[in-house]
Design a protein around this ligand. Sequence first.
Ligand SMILES: [Zn+2]
Ligand SMILES: [Zn+2]
Length: 351
Amino acid sequence: MRRINGFGIGVALLATGALVAAACGDDGDGSSSSTDEPVEEDTGDRTGNGDTGGAILLDEGRIVIPEEDVGDVDLSQLPLGDQKISEAPEQGFVYLCPGAPEGMPGAQVDGPWISGDTYSLLDKYWVPGDVDWPEATFDISVDGETRVVTGNNLPINAQTGTFPVPPDSEAYTIDRNPNSISAQELSLELPANPVELAEPSCIGGEVGVLLTGVVLFNAFDAGNLDAVAHEVQDKCQGHPQMSGVYHYHSLSTCLEDIEDTSGGHSNLIGYAFDGFGIYGHRGEGGEVLTTADLDECHGHTHTIDWDGQDVEMYHYHATWEFPYVVGCYRGEAAITGPSVGGGGETLPPPG
Ligand SMILES: [Zn+2]
Ligand SMILES: [Zn+2]
């Protein structure tokens, strides 16, 4: 929680729900016209700038994950989630709202880490770069029954890769993401003490925000393929879409939770748009959870630390497996979009 700066009250007049584009010019032509000039570091130091979390690093371009964070999951044989859309809540699927955006696939070709109906996270390419964002802002405060989240959607205490994807990178051979990262107006009002609905509800393109201050999209790219499997993200599992909105499709491994080996339940790593908390990979007793351990919305209920109190409460968990974080909403979504992100990436066709 130490990444969250106290903000106090008095921000209740913020408009609800909109993640509004504050910059344009990322129109897919590969030009870098953002006004948010990143600070490039080229020191070769993969550990980042001191407080990036940095638990999981790239080694020779491949991700390195401590064994104790993997559990019984085979990261070289993860199930592909392509088109795993359900019309009702269903474990292992995304209950996608009708009309959620569709478009062109995010990657131009399949990476060599995809084989049949599985893929290897350990063999994925990643977008290179160690870019700091000193202008990143992010605040969370509770005002009565409302949790107020504000920021500019640039990552605090975490780096990004270099975007547009450098043409000389191996990432470029698979996913020529031509977009630049730009600041957005992130302004959310979520229920501070959400309650479960009798029936879960469907999700759209954006499903939450992680404590790096960056929005979380659902598990799909714009073609409803498994975005984690097909798209090439950076070492913190993020990348920008066409409006410059940097986002994740899975738990960012640059959040410190990942390296928590204390044996306990994961820490809070973000909030879904229904207000329920999102926690890391570990359940009670420190067990690394799989999709089969969780309900159709990708969560479960037990006593957690909620704003400093022990509360028996529903919450989501991240897993290594599809659908990665949120499969549907247990509570009523305070943010239903569409917002600028929309969960979609529009990239040029192959060639
Ligand atoms: Zn994406
Ligand atoms: Zn739990």
